[in-house]
Design a protein around this ligand. Sequence first.
Ligand code: PLP
Length: 386
Amino acid sequence: MSLAALDRLRKQLDGLSDQDLLRQRRLLQSAQGVRIQFDGNPVLSFCSNDYLGLAQHPALATAVCDALPLMGLGAGASHLVIGHHAAHRDFEQAFAQFCDLPAALLFSSGYMANIGVITALVGRSGEIFADRLNHASLNDAAILSRAKFSRYAHNDMVALERLLSSSRAAEKIVAVDAVFSMDGDLADLPRMLELCETYDAWLLVDDAHGFGVLGANGRGAVAHFGLASPRIIYMATLGKAAGVSGAVVAAQHEVIAWLVQKAKTYIYTTATPPVLSAALLASLALIAAADDRRAHLRRLIVQLRQGLQSQGWPLCDSMTAIQPVIIGGNAATLALGDRLLGQGMLVPAIRPPTVPRDSARLRISLSAAHSEADVAQLLTALAAAA
Ligand SMILES: Cc1ncc(COP(=O)(O)O)c(C=O)c1O
């Protein structure tokens, strides 16, 4: 076919391939977990965000099976028509209580939650302040909002203060990954909250990688730092440590009431299957009681970091389950990933534009479902692949 637009796409795809930037989908042929079947082979995986190992937990499957005959599968309508099920409401109430915040709202995904919150709270007269390493969904939300989009160097609180102090915007929101998704380090939430208080801004905390893992009972990064403020809008994704799907935003009653009126990614989409909310309720109980899993995960993180250090790999400033090994070049990172795969170990190679240029990396993610022997096996494989 000689459509010019198709030729252009073909050339662009070839260009990505030439730069080792072509992304491939891997075919998972088992349940998500640490021992998975992919492309016909069994591997030990260090890829998923299933940090507590709950995705396969029987209590979640049982919750879905028990709820299915009562609720059916599809929600059939958006929340504001007739898709808002008692199961959604029950989970929202339980989550708000769990996080000690007045109210919560369930979204279909973290991507949609970030877009919904930011576009509902700031418009043309507003300004969004964002860390350069924030997740793509926060960046897209900022662009879609038409507000001024001011980015500062990673974790640079002096630069953030400079931007806030010179802002003339009517509404301001500081939006940040609490745990940076490709680096694993923490945002300086205490300082950010101080700045938000001084300069009258909202603080949107995207806790995709902290909820379930950090803080007392897994309440997340805000609890980890012991913070509380009506300015905080807390967003947790539910497809990672919670082992299910979706996202939830918790904040003051007025914020949630406003989101119900104005967040388009909440309003103009079919509600998630209510059985997922039944599973989420079960997951919340598991998370609250998962101190053993969190302690085991912390031990694995220390074991991995000590092993990486003794082999001379560059370590990132991360004490979370996300442990990147920055290699730099795309081809070298892919080659290292392939050598690990040859030893039965699956570790994703993350390349630009997900990470900045020349900082391609292996993103090792640990789960409480890994054993110490699994981590030792990865370290042996890394030594052999180096
Ligand atoms: C920091 C961060 N925010 C938001 C998201 C999006 O969440 P979801 O997968 O639920 O769309 C992700 C990853 O998926 C993430 O890493």
